[in-house]
Design a protein around this ligand. Sequence first.
Ligand code: SF4
Length: 443
Amino acid sequence: MALSGLQIQKLLPKTNCKECGSSTCMAFAMKLAAKKASLDECPYASDEARQVLGAASEPPVKGVKIGVERVSSLGEETVFYRHEKTFVNQTVLAVNLGDDDDLALADRIRDYTLVRVGETLTLGAVAVTQTGSAEAFVAFCKAVYDRARLPLVLRGRDADALALASAAVAGSRSVISGVTADNADALRAVAVRDGHVLAVTADDLDGLCALTAKLKADGFNDLLVAFSTHSLAEEFQTNAIARKAALSGGVKALGYASLRFIDTGDGMTDMVEATTEIAKYGGLVVLPSFDPAQLAPLMTLRQNIYTDPQKPIQVEPKLYAIGEPDKSSPLFVTTNFSLTYFLVSGEIENSGISAWLLVPECEGMSVLTSWAAGKFSGATIGKFAQDIGLESLVDTRTIVIPGYVAQISGELEESLPGFKVLVGPGEAADLESFIKSVLVNHA
Ligand code: SF4
């Protein structure tokens, strides 16, 4: 847990020698508490101070990375709610394959991408579940890794099969799942040998805490935790209890990202479970099969939850070319909120024309919000257009504004002499018909 400045000051030499650059040890302690200095800057800090401060500065949920060529980070979370501070590492989504599945699915998992508001969203791992012999399981794991080059989640029937599969994909920074009190010593040695992460499980949280504490005491701390739950309510509750215990209770034994295999046998229930994981602290979530119809909404949800709520996602303010416009192509204006930009540019593209899209600085706010905040007015748009030299960049002298801010027409015409304002539709979805019925026919 984080220490206060006063608690840190008690650990310092209190000689006020100023060699750290602060005028007093107390001032230095305050900087340490605010994470604006490092203890290394004090040459006289004791071993005890280093030990206590080192432990206190560890994130309450331990960070761990999986993968080599496509690396995913898990854990490192510091808050319970996203409005306190953004979540750090988003839920990693993986897809399960049985070792008798078609190998070509490994390529589809590797290649799956969803592009949304300028970000390319992908899957982070492939889980392989043993269904037959250990030999077939090991051979399939190796073949999947060779094709997908993604970290695997190894799900074997016993420690021997897991050890063989681990060796077959050594160096891939994969996850060995199903680690229990009975096989922990053997699988710890395997994970150390092959450079993998262990996902531990137990019947209850007490058992889980005992197991993570033992592995940590034995010198292995690259861990995930898999909770044993039997209902959606229990899943939700357990995820919340573990996060709360790690963040507020200082329970380091629960301070690890989670692993959950989802496979209820019912597509809708699977989606509800996956949604719960993404919304409530899920670390690595394994979906039962490769289904783009499930992946798209889950990735969209994940992107929304893991963006910084205090900093809207935004695009660079500038004049964008949509398609291959020439100087007399139509000219539109919208705000630099990413969602708005990509909706508007997408609808213009869908209409089949090329055009210019003027995007002034609106601090990432949507049309009506930025207008209400005075960031998307006739004056601000006009000033931005003049600053970038719009007049010389395009020959067209008609600018289409969003219908919801029709009231800025007069002010914009005053701010942009020589330009005529045309009021477009309120909704981006109506742009295509507007372009076809007004702009194309008009031209
Ligand atoms: S260098 Fe260390 S002992 Fe000297 S003022 Fe800074 S914190 Fe205190």
